[in-house]
Design a protein around this ligand. Sequence first.
Ligand SMILES: Cc1cc2nc3c(=O)[nH]c(=O)nc-3n(C[C@H](O)[C@H](O)[C@H](O)COP(=O)(O)OP(=O)(O)OC[C@H]3O[C@@H](n4cnc5c(N)ncnc54)[C@H](O)[C@@H]3O)c2cc1C
Length: 472
Amino acid sequence: MSVLPIDHLEKIEGWGGAVSSFGYVYRPATVEGLREVFELARRSNRNITFRGSGRSYGDAALGAENIVLDTSRMNRILSWDPNSGIITMEPGVTIEQLWQYIIEDGWWPPVVSGTMYPTVGGCLGMNIHGKNNFKAGPIGEHVLSFDIMLPSGEIKTATPDSESELFYSAISGFGMFGVFTSITMQMKKVYSGLLHVKAWTTKNLHELFEIYQQHIPGSDYLVGWVDCISSDEKLGRSIVHQANYFKPGEDQNPAQSLRVSNQSLPNTILGIFPKSFVWMLLRPFTNNAGMKFINWLRVFVSRLPVVGKPVYEQSHAEFAFLLDYVPGWKKSYGQGGLIQYQSFIPKESAEKVFRKQIEMCQEAGLPPYLGVFKQHKPDKFLFTHSVDGFSLALDFKVTEKNREKLWSLCAKMNDVVLANGGRFYFAKDATLRPQDFKAFLGEETLKKFAELKKRYDPENILQTDLSRRLVL
Ligand SMILES: Cc1cc2nc3c(=O)[nH]c(=O)nc-3n(C[C@H](O)[C@H](O)[C@H](O)COP(=O)(O)OP(=O)(O)OC[C@H]3O[C@@H](n4cnc5c(N)ncnc54)[C@H](O)[C@@H]3O)c2cc1C
């Protein structure tokens, strides 16, 4: 391994701030620039890690001692057809850029994450899901084609029908086969900038499942916030939000509601606190007692007739990007940061498994401070995290003192997930062990992975801290 210029050396963190490493960061703006970075890696005998916006919670976009190839400057929209809703873009285009570019023509990205800052390339790397996964599938199902540069420098074009093996493995392939250089996607037609939103509160986890069963068929989006601190008969009490598209002609003023300026997230919370300071107000509450109070407050407010209106209208951006309301909210978790633990469980055992997980966390004295519940459907991408069932994403505060205990709690929860045929998601992971990786993917997928890696990256140049933790 030869020495690289020291001014490229940067400490890079996973989004949660709980894991980090030092890598040599390069940010090319063109395809030629990408190729030069590949050549540099070969000359210097270094591995390469791809990185978009670095919004994966753990170590998926970190590469200790590697060349970290950051694609965020490759962010041009290459073509857009407002009649068909087909867009071609570079991989560093963010979801924010994308929706802002297309919405005034009456289109919206078919799948978005809870934050608008990831890049489209990074979203394909993980094959992200939205609050509509049960209906729309993951983002990969809306990709018409992509160009990908392999470590050899060759660029291949893949569609669901040609180079389909590459198509179904590079999407979801956590940066293990090549770097997307251009992506063509089908957007979703919308007839208003607004959504019809309905909210329900449930007394416990069982009622949450009941609400889902009743309302999934009539929902375009459905998401549940779960209180993971309450116990006994209140264990898993929740607030569920449903959002549905407007039908054609229903919005009398679509040109107005579709304007980017009418989508913006409010600058204040509850009309009082400037958003940029809110994380400071949250900081004294990011402990077990404080979060118990916050959770109680959320449920209380959601039941107030004035604030907690059960039926209302909200812009797409407000509904989709709830987590962007409070900029820098992760800073309220303090220096140790946070991890997210998301497991996906088949519908038959999901209620039992999530109850068990919440109980295990409470017994360990490590209750999650945020729980998010979604319904999913299976997809055919190689490293799919999805199942015909549900997921629960749990946010944990990390401190120097609790770190070991937290990792061991996650390992125990993994055993429960695996015993029930569940799956995991690399975008959210920091704690999986190699045996969990093997068990959830299964022998056939691992064999295919080895075969494809040999075909597209025979020298194993593409590595991340996550792949080294789990695969090697
Ligand atoms: C607040 C918050 C909310 C979130 N909500 C959701 C959610 O609702 N649903 C969901 O599914 N996810 C969610 N996520 C996770 C996030 O959407 C994914 O981690 C996504 O992959 C981040 O994109 P990125 O551009 O930051 O990619 P990075 O995190 O930088 O990279 C992700 C992976 O893609 C690879 N990669 C990046 N660029 C390329 C490229 N051009 N070519 C090939 N590989 C590449 C990287 O090597 C890495 O393995 C959330 C994250 C946060 C922080």
